[in-house]
Design a protein around this ligand. Structure first.
Ligand code: GLC
Length: 543
């Protein structure tokens, strides 16, 4: 039966840093040609949609999130022909691709900013936010707390301050200027014409500034995004916007509007609570945040994730929870960055395969579309000693040959050192070794993805906590879509647990475990009795 759901509601997303993935020309940097070579691997994993980090020319002060030309390709990555070849190869495999679109700011090397700062009379002056004082918008928080003392920086040449929510080398565009909006629509059009399936819209809460507010989530921002959506729906129906709004659920909800703003939003507050639950053996933080999560329109979807290319952000927890997360997950000061933790999934979970798979199971079964971060599917490690967030962006570990099979270039050309420690080093952790081993993290994640996709209820079904004994170390819930009912049970702790779960009315038929095909009998009073090994999970489908 054809699904009535839009593709992004039941898809698996995979986030790729082009520089880190595969070097196609031996210069030590991953590139578009390299990524194109690896599409069969991505397809084999079960991914439906690739999200690539910024591919544009950039001085790389923020790893490409500082764009100096919206219409080009970073020379390390190739050229527009390589980009077209990638899009074609993606589509030929039935995959989709969304690209990062950084609308809030440019690089200070962008021609618009060069012109803007060249003189107060420049026609580009108003492309950015200038001020005689640095006292305006004092209620706006600083995001890159470890490095930026203020959201204003002084421009000596033109004698005014300019506004930036991120690094000083990333001046914010001025969306009160209609010319800026028109420019951004042209940029969107350019990439949509090249066939991209949508955008991951970077840092959208900060597009506008208004005195007396925290300059986030303003009505003007929503109106702008709705105009962009309308433009895309009219000209490029089916292409999506996935917005990055790192906000509380009630503040993210307006980004879906009436189903006429963005299609998808990351669920930022859920992510740290999954880690809280895994560490404390108590699912209640997840229960609470899902209770606090409003319903969203039919044509929208959350994106869930465990890790991404940034620090594990702790912006969406209260201060006591943040201290607890730091103490538990970032015992060394170097592991902390801004309001987060610069570590990868496997090290965060003690490199314990049971915990890693448990985390993936939560990702695959909680409401939303899962977004996997490259390398986590093989349990890659990190390098906290690299600068900024580079330690979670090291070369993908393909095999045990030199440079992990990532690059044929000389060692000194590599953009970052390959992880080479005894535990996470590429000789121990790599794709080639895991792909044919049915018990490897890769194979088990691949299998989980395949199962998840075979059960539509896990993509778009309703969600309900299961009535159990009230034991918070068991995370048990039902996902239902029409007649399809799936009970998912997770044991969050390192001890064997038994679970008595009452089967609600309306769930008929046999209950069969999806991975093992084992049938679980209904007991008297419609109870189900399960025993779970440490960190074990079961997905039971009624058939
Ligand atoms: C987003 C990106 C992050 C970047 C920032 C500024 O938060 O995920 O990597 O530094 O925006 O563009």
């Amino acid at each position: 039966m054809a699904s009535k759901h839009a593709w992004y509601q039941t898809a698996i997303f995979y986030e790729v840093h082009i520089r880190a993935y595969m070097d196609g020309n031996g210069d030590g940097h991953g590139d578009l040609a390299g990524l194109t070579q690896k599409l069969d691997y991505i397809k084999d994993l079960g991914v439906d949609c690739i999200w690539i980090l910024p591919h544009y020319p950039s001085p790389l002060k923020d790893d490409g999130y500082d764009i100096s030309d919206y219409y080009g390709i970073h020379p390390d990555y190739g050229n527009l022909d390589d980009f077209k070849a990638l899009v074609e190869a993606v589509h030929a495999r039935g995959l989709k691709i969304v690209v990062d679109l950084v609308m809030n700011h440019t690089s200070d090397r962008h021609e618009w900013f060069r012109q803007s700062r060249s003189s107060r009379d420049s026609p580009y002056r108003d492309y950015y936010v200038w001020s005689d004082t640095d006292e305006r918008y004092q209620e706006a928080r600083i995001i890159f707390l470890d490095t930026e003392p203020s959201n204003w920086s002084w421009d000596e040449g033109s004698g005014q301050y300019y506004w930036h929510r991120f690094y000083a080398s990333q001046p914010d565009l001025n969306y009160d200027n209609p010319a800026v909006e028109a420019e951004m629509f042209r940029v969107a059009e350019f990439w949509l014409e090249l066939g991209v399936d949508g955008f991951r819209a970077d840092a959208v809460p900060y597009l506008y500034e208004r005195e007396g507010t925290n300059c986030e989530n303003l009505p003007e921002t929503h109106a702008f995004l709705q105009r962009l959506r309308k433009f895309m729906d009219e000209r490029y129906p089916g292409r999506i916007i996935l917005s990055e709004a790192n906000q509380w659920p009630e503040d993210v909800r307006p980004y879906f509007a009436d189903g006429n703003e963005v299609h998808m939003n990351f669920h930022f507050p859920l992510m740290p609570r999954v880690f809280m639950a895994l560490k404390s053996g108590d699912i209640r933080p997840v229960v609470e945040i899902l209770e606090r999560t409003p319903e969203i329109p039919e044509n929208c979807q959350w994106c869930t994730f465990l890790r991404n290319h940034d620090e594990l952000t702790l912006e969406m927890v209260i201060p006591e929870e943040r201290e607890w997360m730091w103490a538990e997950y970032a015992p060394e000061p170097r592991m902390r960055l801004n309001l987060g933790i610069r570590r990868r999934l496997a090290p965060l979970l003690d490199n314990d395969k049971r915990k890693i798979l448990l985390a993936f199971s939560l990702l695959m079964t909680l409401p939303g579309t899962p977004v996997l971060y490259y390398g986590d599917e093989i349990g890659m490690g990190d390098n906290i000693w690299l600068r900024d967030r580079d330690g979670v962006r090291t070369p993908m570990q393909w095999d045990s040959t030199p440079h992990a099979g990532f690059s044929a270039g000389p060692a000194e050309s590599l953009y970052a050192p390959v992880i080479d420690d005894p535990v996470y080093g590429y000789r121990r952790v790599n794709v080639a070794d895991q792909i044919d081993d049915p018990d490897s993290t890769f194979s088990l994640v691949r299998q989980m993805i395949a199962r998840r996709k075979s059960v539509t209820a896990l993509g778009k079904g309703s969600f309900e906590w299961a009535a159990n004994t009230g034991n918070p170390a068991l995370a048990a819930f039902w996902r239902s879509l029409g007649d399809q009912k799936v009970l998912v049970v997770h044991n969050l702790i390192g001890q064997v647990q038994s679970a008595s779960i009452s089967i609600p009315e309306g769930v008929s038929g046999r209950l069969v475990e999806i991975f093992t095909a084992k049938e679980y009998p209904r007991l008297q009073d419609n109870m189900l009795q399960l025993t779970l090994a440490p960190y074990q999970y079961h997905w039971l489908e009624s058939r």
